[in-house]
Every structure is written in C-alpha cells, then in structure tokens.
Ligand binder design. Structure first.
Ligand SMILES: NC(=O)c1ccc[n+]([C@@H]2O[C@H](COP(=O)([O-])OP(=O)(O)OC[C@H]3O[C@@H](n4cnc5c(N)ncnc54)[C@H](O)[C@@H]3O)[C@@H](O)[C@H]2O)c1
Length: 324
C-alpha cells in the first residue's frame, strides 16, 4: 500500500467515479469530490469523501484544488453522451475541454503530481481495423465526444512535456456494474436488467450480433489505483508519445448483444422475449480492446462476465424505482 495521498476525484458521485472513490478510501487516501450532480447521485458517495457540488469549469472547482493542493486529480466528470455531443458540440466541449483546462491550470499552480484522465477506447479509435485494438492504432474519433476525449489526452501531454505534470490516460471499453444508470456507453446492461425486472421484452437494435467489450466497474476501479501509482516512462527519449502513458482497460472479449441478453436472462431466471428493431445508423459494429499493456503492469479482470452480471442484476433489483 502506498503512502496516504490527497486525491480529488471529479465525477465522483457518478457510476464509475463513485467506485474509484471507494477504492481510494479503502487504501487510506483522503478524498474530495467535485460533481455537479447532473447525472451523479449523493447516495453513491461514501460519507468519508468530501463533496463540492460544482461544475468542473467553475471558479469554485479551481479554488477547491488551490485549497486542497491534491497530490492526484482523478478526472471522471464528463459530458458522456455521444448523441448529445453530436447535437450540441459546444456543450460537450464546455465540460470536456474547458472544464478539463480549468482543473489542469489549478493543478499546475499547486504542483499536483499526477492527473489520471479517463478517456474512451470505445470512441478514440473510430472504426479500428485491428481487434482487440491496441493503444497504438490510429486515433480517428467519429463524434465530438470522441474528439474531446482525444483532445484531453493531447492537452495533458502538453502539461506533461512543458510543465512536468505526470498523467495517465485510461481508455475504457464498455463499463458496467452496480450504480450504473441506463445512459452510459454500456447502458444496455442496466436497460436489460430493468426490462427483465419489469417482465418486458428485451429491445435489440439490429440483429444483435454487434459486439462490445464489457468490463466490470470494480476491475476499472482497480485500474485507477494502478494508474495512480505506476512508474511512468521519462518524457525524454521514448516517453514522448501519447500512447506511452495511455492504457486500454477492457477484457479483450467480444460479447454480442444476443449473448449478453442470454446471460442476463439466465442470471434473472426470466425469459420475457426479444423485440428486434431496425439497427441504429452510425453505431459501431464491433469494438474490443487489447489491454495487454495494463496486464503487463499487473492488472487483470477479477470477475467473470456472468459473476459480474449477477452482482449488477442484484444491485439493480434491490435499488430500482420502477423506471425502465
Ligand atoms: N460508462 C462507460 O462505459 C464509459 C466508457 C468510456 C469512458 N467513460 C468515461 O468514464 C467517466 C465516468 O462515466 P460514467 O459512465 O460513470 O458516467 P456518469 O454520468 O455516472 O458519471 C459522470 C459524472 O460526472 C458528473 N458531471 C458531469 N458533468 C459535470 C460537470 N460539468 N461538472 C462536474 N461534474 C460533472 C456527473 O454528475 C456524474 O456524476 C466519463 O469521463 C466517461 O466519459 C465511461
């Protein structure tokens, strides 16, 4: 276990961020959270974490960093909806770019050692030719959301090279687990759980043979702990490239929507039927990540897909409010 550190987690009241907060607290670190509660919930947050309800782009958020002088900023807050980013790229950029810069400037001022930045392996590679996709594949995002995630990595690379602030970019695949709401990149798991619990048919867009790489949120939290402490290559020499400090976080396993539906029906012991609808234009057909680099640093998914789906289903069953 590392020395106790002062950590600010943005988006810490959200689905993934709240698990990351739990993992930092379990390691004895002191945790502050910045979250505007736009999709996050107070109930997700451990009482030992101190919450500032604020926009990451606000003066209050920057002031918190100046007061706390964190060793580490772990940045999960984001506008996460691809469709919102397409409809309103300015809104997406305000949170994902200007919000990030508000924090990096304050972090630089107070000498923050490391920034852990959450990127997305589901979007930065566009339609990759190689699957599972390694970090070195061309980055060609197809949405404003994907562009902001990649831009975030470039901005942090600037801070690293010019101001000496370390960072690690974690490029997640489709994350699922307890506290997930139906709107994120792997929202299908939560949507299916809710429909099963309501006794409603599972809606599938297209033929259901499109595949994703589903990674459990507790394994993602463990990846964040590793990213907080791992040794990084020097900036000079081999260490100057974006991909040197970027790590895919995924299982490398391709799971089709049909297979996911089968597994969840089995977990629930319910078979309310399937409702196949027209495929959604622009949706990626296949996406899986090669996380060999992170595995080389000692990370490995701990739960099988079925075990993790079981935990997720049970959580949603216990906490649902009737919405599907
Ligand atoms: N869920 C996935 O499969 C997935 C995949 C790749 C990357 N990510 C990234 O992981 C991070 C967390 O996503 P999540 O799925 O937990 O979603 P989430 O909506 O639960 O978490 C986002 C959190 O950020 C907060 N937030 C949003 N805008 C804010 C702002 N302007 N100021 C302060 N707080 C703000 C929200 O209230 C919420 O608590 C995001 O950066 C997302 O892009 C998620």
């Amino acid at each position: 276990m590392s020395e106790p550190q002062r950590v600010v987690v943005t988006g810490g009241a959200g689905f993934i961020g709240s698990h990351v907060v739990d993992a930092y607290l379990a390691r004895g670190h002191q945790v502050w959270v910045i979250d505007d509660l736009s999709s996050g919930r107070r109930e997700n947050l451990d009482a030992d974490a101190e919450l500032l309800v604020a926009d990451v782009g606000s003066p209050e958020a920057a002031d918190l960093l100046r007061q706390v002088r964190p060793d580490v900023v772990n940045h999960h807050a984001a506008q996460i909806d691809v469709r919102v980013s397409v409809d309103d790229p300015g809104r997406d950029a305000r949170t994902n770019i200007l919000g990030l810069l508000n924090l990096t400037e304050a972090a630089r001022e107070v000498g923050t050692r490391r920034f852990v930045f959450v990127s997305s392996g589901g979007v930065v590679y566009g339609e990759p030719e190689v699957r599972p996709t390694p970090e070195t594949m061309p980055k060609l995002p197809l949405s404003p959301y994907g562009v902001t995630k990649l831009a975030g990595e470039y901005y942090l690379n600037y801070y690293r090279r010019v101001h000496g602030m370390e960072y690690v970019a974690l490029r997640y695949s489709n994350v699922f687990g307890p506290r997930q709401d139906p709107h994120g990149e792997a929202g299908v798991v939560a949507i299916f759980c809710n429909r099963l619990l309501a006794g409603e048919a599972l809606t599938i867009f297209g033929d259901g043979e499109q595949t994703r790489d589903y990674v459990f949120v507790k394994d993602v939290a463990a990846a964040n702990m590793l990213a907080t402490d791992m040794a990084l290559p020097a900036v000079d020499g081999d260490g100057a490239d974006l991909d040197d400090v970027a790590f895919n976080v995924g299982t490398g396993l391709a799971t089709s929507v049909n297979r996911l539906a089968d597994s969840l029906e089995q977990v629930a012991g319910l078979h309310p039927g399937r409702d196949y609808r027209a495929g959604r234009p622009g949706e990626l057909r296949h996406s899986t990540l090669d996380a060999g680099k992170l595995r080389g640093r000692g990370w490995a998914p701990q739960a099988t897909l079925t075990e993790a789906l079981q935990q997720t289903y049970e959580y949603i069953a216990q906490n649902r409010t009737g919405a599907t």
